[in-house]
Design a protein around this ligand. Sequence first.
Ligand SMILES: C[S@@+](CC[C@H](N)C(=O)[O-])C[C@H]1O[C@@H](n2cnc3c(N)ncnc32)[C@H](O)[C@@H]1O
Length: 265
Amino acid sequence: MANIEQEKNNRVNIAKSFGSASKSYDVSARLQRFSGKHLMSWLPNRHDLTVLDLGSGTGFFTDLLASTYKQVIGLDISFEMLKFSEENRKESILWLQGDAHKIPLQNNSVDFIYSNLVIQWFEPLDEAITEMLRVLKPGGLIIFTTLVDGTLHELKSSWAKVDEDQHVIDFKTVKEINTLFHNEKSMLIEQKCQDIILEYQNVIHLARELKGLGANHLAEKKNRGLSGKDKWFKMTEHYQDFLEPDGIYPATYRLFSGLVVKLNH
Ligand SMILES: C[S@@+](CC[C@H](N)C(=O)[O-])C[C@H]1O[C@@H](n2cnc3c(N)ncnc32)[C@H](O)[C@@H]1O
């Protein structure tokens, strides 16, 4: 019971964190833009389809999907993200506030789910996958990207030299993702994993971008009262071990892209 409460609280924090980033998000979303576009080659050619953009954020890709597909639904847990989307995106899109662990849609009602850089936030992920498969029609697709273990390893190891707290979320391994999507109800039919290295002028620049993306809820929670300026300073010193010759700070994002089909039985 305590765990369920904790998971719910976590989701409220995630929604708040993304909500407060809804206006700054689009300018600091270099990674999201890259990964979302990269999924386009897997999109189905037919146009008469119902699509769910799961964790639609500011609706940038929901809007693109709506130029091709008949019915597009954008679902997000954050009210502010949805408000921003409603004001800035195509009127034909249906916006829904909801949790991926309890999708407010009927069984077998969606042709494909598009989800860009969202499922790393789902806890427990297997429950969210069960929900995705429930709303998908048989033969329907999940086209997604997520971040996997190895992401932000520079930040993680720099913090590890300072204290034992968790400053970066735990990303699943590629093996775990394979196991979760490969079961009696679904099959991971295509996958790709690549390291995207983004460059930052300093560690504050990186922290700001993570904050702008709303990806800071864990850091905020754990840092409170625990790691003051001194710890932060020490961490930035360790980060310098990764410095590139031109003085640029790299951060690795290990991007996993997957194409999943819901089996017919
Ligand atoms: C990194 S953003 C990606 C947004 C968008 N897909 C894009 O590519 O720009 C992640 C989004 O997932 C949403 N999110 C996180 N957990 C969620 C959950 N359990 N259910 C629905 N949405 C969730 C957040 O509110 C946020 O808008």
